[in-house]
Design a protein around this ligand. Structure first.
Ligand SMILES: NC(=O)c1ccc[n+]([C@@H]2O[C@H](COP(=O)([O-])OP(=O)(O)OC[C@H]3O[C@@H](n4cnc5c(N)ncnc54)[C@H](O)[C@@H]3O)[C@@H](O)[C@H]2O)c1
Ligand SMILES: O=P(O)(O)OC[C@@H](O)[C@@H](O)[C@H](O)[C@H](O)CO
Length: 390
């Protein structure tokens, strides 16, 4: 069995690749970072180190991953298409905005797939609602009328992945490109079952669910909302590491306030009990506090324009809370802190600060958050933008 995985970065090597390997797949990583591809392709194995308390598999904290290869999709797209054509599974962990660049490779692979082969099982493992569906839409759009003849060759399942994998040092301790990965022990991979028609991929570490919506919203609006709150409030308080941000009482109170609001929304919307949501929050805050995990506010706050967009972890739940007459004050405080996020090496952080300087508060709010002037959250966000603009 073979899986082609696009994106050999933190979560690609530290989670998706690891679980595919444990399921018995040969993993072909595909990436555009030449040095990383070369280092992976030359290696016989890499190690996933679990650090800190909790999680399954405590008896063995170092997982050695073998039976993989790596290809550069920028240099050799034909080889990637050929691997996709003969794979059972395709996964991605490249970031939601990169999915459109993965679509041509999958389409080319489907064109080369033998008639009668089992449908390719495609799963995007990104922090976004409906990421696999987005990937499918890119493929369908590219294929145009040809899609009718290819459609039966693939099935697409939305997923929710959860494991904190911090940024890794670029250089290995002995020199050369680092390919080992340090991760937290906790993980969860929920996959929507329906698309597979009973022929589930063999991923023992994942669990299959009938409806993914509640899982992905609970994950994105708790883990990622709480993480973003820790990053933006932590940066405002001068904390560089996420664990240090949580150790600051004021930051921790701000994170808790935002998460109480998202929990109230998730309970109202999906029927999670308040006890279940409280237990979920406690687990997550414990994960953020993991002192052995070198995770930074800069990584967690990266791409603030994506994080401030309409369906994402801040505006998404705040807008829905406001529509339902629920409190969004804690989330608004985090949105205000996100507007201050400034990081020269992050293109979106630079653009965010430029837009704040160029646009009126109303135009900024419409463009960045996608809220319309009639929405109950529009005026409070405009106030925050005006405050930031001085
Ligand atoms: N790190 C985490 O804790 C974590 C957890 C869950 C989900 N995620 C999600 O996984 C995705 C990846 O996150 P990450 O932290 O691993 O980021 P990362 O930057 O470490 O990895 C992304 C990889 O994608 C590669 N890439 C970029 N463009 C590409 C292209 N056109 N084709 C192939 N590869 C390409 C990059 O070179 C990089 O190696 C994001 O959507 C993120 O939200 C991350
Ligand atoms: O990857 P992003 O930029 O969407 O979000 C940053 C972090 O919150 C995220 O990577 C978490 O570590 C991860 O989602 C935990 O499962």
């Amino acid at each position: 069995m073979k899986a082609v995985h696009f994106g050999a970065g933190n979560i690609g090597r530290g989670f998706v690749g690891m679980l595919l390997h444990q399921g018995g797949y040969e993993v072909v990583f595909s990436d555009v970072a030449a040095a990383l591809v070369d280092a992976l392709d030359a290696a016989e194995s890499y190690t996933v180190h679990e650090v800190g308390d909790g999680g399954p598999g405590r008896e063995n904290r170092d997982k050695v991953i073998t039976d993989f290869r790596a290809l550069n999709s920028a240099e050799d797209p034909e080889a990637v298409a050929s691997e996709v054509a003969s794979a059972e599974v395709v996964t991605t962990a490249v970031g939601p905005t990169i999915l459109k660049f993965i679509a041509p490779h999958i389409l080319a692979g489907l064109r080369g797939r033998a008639d009668g082969a089992s449908p390719l099982q495609v799963m995007a493992c990104e922090n976004a609602i409906g990421a696999t569906e987005t990937l499918r839409e890119h493929i369908v759009e590219l294929a145009g009328e040809e899609w009718a003849s290819l459609e039966a060759k693939a099935v697409f399942a939305n997923t929710a992945v959860d494991r904190i994998v911090p940024g890794q040092p670029a250089e290995a301790p002995g020199g050369g490109v680092a390919i080992d990965v340090t991760v937290e022990p906790f993980y969860e991979w929920a996959i929507e079952r329906g698309a597979f028609g009973g022929n589930l991929p063999n991923i023992p570490g994942a669990h299959f669910v009938d409806e993914l919506g509640p899982y992905i919203e609970r994950k994105l609006f708790t883990v990622n909302t709480g993480h973003a709150a820790a990053a933006y409030l932590g940066t405002r308080a001068g904390r560089e590491k996420i664990a240090d941000a949580l150790a600051d009482e004021q930051v921790a109170a701000g994170v808790a306030a935002a998460l109480e609001e998202t929990s109230a929304l998730l309970s109202a919307k999906h029927g999670f009990t308040s006890e279940d949501m409280e237990a979920y929050r406690i687990t997550i805050l414990g994960r953020f506090r993991n002192p052995a995990l070198p995770d930074t506010a800069d990584r967690v706050g990266r791409q603030p324009l994506r994080k401030l967009s309409r369906k994402e972890r801040l505006i998404g739940p705040a807008a829905e809370a406001a529509e339902r007459g629920l409190s969004a004050e804690g989330l608004l405080t985090v949105i205000g802190a996100a507007l201050e996020f400034s990081l020269p090496e992050d293109e979106q952080a630079v653009e965010l600060q430029e837009l704040l300087g160029e646009l009126s508060a109303e135009a900024f709010t419409e463009q960045v958050t996608g809220l319309s002037a009639e929405h109950p959250l529009f005026a409070p966000v405009v106030d925050l933008v005006q405050t930031r603009q001085g």
